[in-house]
Design a protein around this ligand. Structure first.
Ligand SMILES: [Zn+2]
Length: 792
């Protein structure tokens, strides 16, 4: 556990230390020559040299005094900060101290007047000792790569009776957030030492890549890399999962009881280790979906073990046994994830196998042991099972909302309790997956910073840490943002007290605990926050980027389901005001995305792109056919707005030189299902007004006398058509586009109708009369507007 013994007042004020009757060590005093030298070993490691540079540089920024850096080959200076493993350090610390107890990352900071010993291993401990001096005694803070607080002080001193020993709670600490991942200097300052790095390029000055995943395998989901279905499936379907009686090629796993599978994967793992020895982990783990093998042999073992981890652990153990002979230090990592999360009943893990236990199903409103949610209780059972099997459990936790990184995810008050819980259950490697694709996810900078602090020591009080971050990162905006932050968490806690309302990683609070009343309440707070710091560019940036999440929430609530109303006809003072507000909000989100450069809205690139495209379309209707109806009373929807069932089988989005925009939705003649639709709920019709829907379609026919296609508008409530057409091939010019009037009707106010179209029904001979149909676009217009005829 973390030891933090501070004998003496933890205060940065020299006078306060002196009041205890022992003169503090004044390691730098503004306006005076440097009295102290930073002494490092003659054989200093890159880490120790970097630690000295950091200490020297920041102390100078704080006090204006540049301490010289000296080697321990020279005689001990009159006053020294002995950093890392110098030849003087252990003697000064006296007997009874075993440096091995510090491990690679711990340190001991002790005043040995007139010297200060900052003892830590040459691996990383020396660096962390330097940061401890800078944070605790010089007041330095590194909140984000773009935002540090380095105070100007009259001096920096430490208590004369200081003796502080610290070791981290977790051997590997990795808050997996975009900013920390991308800035190794920031990561080091936050004592983050895991980089989930497969490249092995972490500079030695940061302590290198202790926890690297080797062999080009990455840290998870490696089955397809170790036995690619693209290479093996056609000849050996039996290597892959049997699911519902069929061997699967797509989204498959391995048949873990097939001896050839074990032989091939073992040899591939060994080949990869031989090419890339020296990494800590080599991943042998299930792909990122279900579809485990249900063959008789696999099923029998899983039944016996009462978990699908049964086949998994036996398989991975066998590989680990083979690897051990050649690479005794290599660790085989596997996932305890979804269907393998429950540990096997009988089989034990080999000593060189590490399970990576994933908390993906949990509620994150409160610490797992306190959650009323059934999945959290099941997780607790599983972690108890795994911890008895290994003394080096790897934990993969989830700390953001993955569908929408920037929407509220009020999980901050779960972080400490979860880390304590994981620590109590033998977790050694701690990976907390946040928003890794872009900056300014919801309170991302706070969460990354806080996680780093708590991974070092989960016993720290959270409130003072949050106070610290808010004060330093938001300045005068802090009280307003804090009020919002606390109320959001309070509402979430209340909401999730019900076991049916968990905060899961794909369930934003946007439509659950946070309602319109909350949004209205919070609006003036954010205005005050942003106004409070408008004259300070750095703080203003932080406040406005944090406000992004709230504004996205507002937008979502004003327009439920992002950009749901892609077509806007309605015009009333109320609607127009709302549209203007939504447009302004949308523009401001887009502007901040441009300003920040790398905001990522979602783990899914497709969702990010769709949101951005929707927002852009919203603010500039003229550039996008889907939303051009605001002024014109006429909307054209390109085919990309239509849904398609069974893509590839029933149809496909294709290039079509004959289509006006070169693209069309092609429906095949393999069926006559209503496979394409567009929900009228996405259209803001003028209430009570009549509309006309037409489509531009091209039919490639095979014969006359059959159905070309059928299309209409269907009322899902009345369960009947509002209108439709069934043109026959006789009346159609082959392979040329034409406009077809499909329906003229008064849309339902609740939007529960949809446009549909499908290829023509088959003739009496059971055959289609067409080769295919192509849909270029559909058009909606207010009646009685006279429709202009599009020039072909
Ligand atoms: Zn099987």
């Amino acid at each position: 556990m973390v030891q933090k013994i501070v004998l003496g007042a933890a205060c940065v004020c020299c006078a306060a230390f002196a009041a205890f009757g022992v003169a503090p060590l004044e390691i730098a005093v503004r306006g005076q020559p440097a009295a102290y030298a930073i002494v490092i070993s003659e054989k200093a490691s890159p880490v120790e040299k970097y630690a000295a540079e950091e200490l020297q540089s920041f102390l100078e920024q704080v006090t204006g005094v540049k301490l010289p850096v000296a080697s321990d080959a020279a005689p001990l200076p009159a006053k020294a900060i002995l950093l890392g493993e110098t030849r003087y350090s252990l003697a000064l610390l006296g007997c009874g101290f075993d440096p091995k107890t510090l491990g690679s990352d711990g340190f001991r900071l002790a005043a040995c007047p007139p010297h200060l010993v900052a003892y830590g291993s040459a691996k990383r401990g020396a660096l962390y000792a330097a940061y401890e001096i800078l944070e605790t005694y010089a007041g330095c803070r590194w909140y984000a790569s773009w935002h540090s607080v380095i105070p100007k002080k009259s001096g920096v001193c430490v208590p004369a009776n200081l003796d502080d020993v610290q070791t981290p709670a977790f051997a590997m600490r990795q808050p997996y957030w975009y900013d920390i991942n991308g800035h190794r200097d920031l990561a080091a300052r936050l004592r983050v030492n895991g980089f989930n790095c497969t490249r092995g390029d972490v500079d030695e000055k940061y302590g290198g890549d202790t926890f690297r995943f080797g062999g080009g395998l990455g840290s998870c989901h490696t089955f397809n890399r170790l036995l690619p279905p693209s290479i093996y499936f056609d000849k050996h379907p039996e290597y892959f999962s049997l699911v519902k009686g069929k061997r699967r090629k797509d989204r498959t796993q391995l048949c873990l009881t097939n001896p050839d599978v074990l032989r091939i994967v073992t040899s591939n793992v060994l080949a990869r280790i031989r090419k890339d020895p020296g990494a800590k982990f080599y991943g042998v783990s299930q792909n990122d979906w279900y579809n485990y093998c249900e063959c008789e042999k696999c099923a029998a073992i899983d039944a016996e073990e009462e978990s699908h981890a049964g086949t998994m652990v036996r398989f991975v153990n066998a590989i680990a046994e083979a690897v051990e002979k050649e690479f005794p230090d290599a660790v085989i990592e596997t996932l305890a994830y979804q269907y393998t999360r429950k540990p096997p009943k009988k089989t034990r893990l080999r000593r060189n196998v590490v399970p990576c236990l994933c908390s993906i199903e949990c509620d994150f409103t409160r610490p797992i042991p306190e959650s009323p949610y059934a999945e959290d209780k099941a997780f607790m059972k599983d972690i108890c099972g795994w911890k008895t099997q290994t003394d080096q459990l790897y934990l993969w936790d989830y700390v953001t909302e993955f569908q929408d990184f920037t929407l509220p995810f009020p999980n901050v008050y779960a972080l400490k309790g979860n880390l304590q819980f994981f620590h109590d259950n033998n977790v050694k490697e701690m990976f907390a997956e946040g928003a890794q694709l872009g900056r300014h996810a919801e309170f991302a900078e706070l969460k990354g910073w806080l996680l780093a602090k708590l991974m070092w020591n989960p016993e720290l009080d959270v409130k003072p840490l949050i106070d610290d971050f808010f004060a330093g990162y938001y300045g005068k905006a802090a009280p307003f943002i804090r009020e919002y932050f606390e109320e959001m968490h309070r509402r979430q806690a209340e909401w999730s007290a019900n076991p049916n309302n968990p905060l899961r990683i794909w369930t934003s609070a946007a439509f659950r605990s946070l309602n319109d009343e909350f949004v209205e309440w919070a609006k003036p707070l954010w205005k005050k926050a942003v106004d409070a710091v408008k004259d300070d560019p750095a703080l203003s940036y932080n406040a406005r980027m944090s406000e992004f999440s709230f504004d996205f929430l507002r937008l979502e609530r004003m327009n439920p389901k992002p950009m749901r109303k892609v077509v806007l006809f309605a015009s009333s003072p109320e609607n127009d005001a709302r549209i203007a507000e939504v447009k302004a909000l949308t523009q401001s989100l887009l502007d901040r995305m441009t300003e920040a450069k790398d905001i990522s809205l979602s783990e899914s690139r497709a969702r990010h792109d769709a949101l951005v495209a929707g927002w852009k379309a919203y603010v500039s209707p003229s550039t996008n056919a889907a939303v051009n109806a605001i002024e014109s009373q006429l909307a054209v929807l390109e085919e990309r707005y239509l849904s398609l069932s069974r893509p590839g089988q029933w149809g496909a989005f294709v290039d079509d030189p004959k289509a006006a925009d070169g693209k069309a939705l092609k429906l095949f003649n393999t069926h006559f299902e209503w496979c394409t639709s567009f929900p009228m709920g996405k259209v803001a019709f003028k209430p009570g007004a009549k509309y006309k829907l037409r489509a531009r379609v091209r039919v490639e026919k095979t014969r006359d006398g059959g159905e070309a296609f059928w299309a209409g508008v269907y009322d899902s409530v009345a369960k009947k058509g509002a209108g439709g057409i069934t043109p026959r091939t006789d009346a159609i010019k082959d392979a040329e586009y034409a406009w077809y009037d499909i329906c003229t009707w008064t849309p339902r106010a609740d939007g529960r109708e949809y446009f549909w179209i499908g290829p023509g029904r088959f003739g009496a001979d059971g055959k289609s009369s067409i080769k295919a149909i192509h849909i270029d676009k559909i058009e909606l217009s207010l009646v009685p507007r006279t429709l202009r005829t599009e020039k072909e």
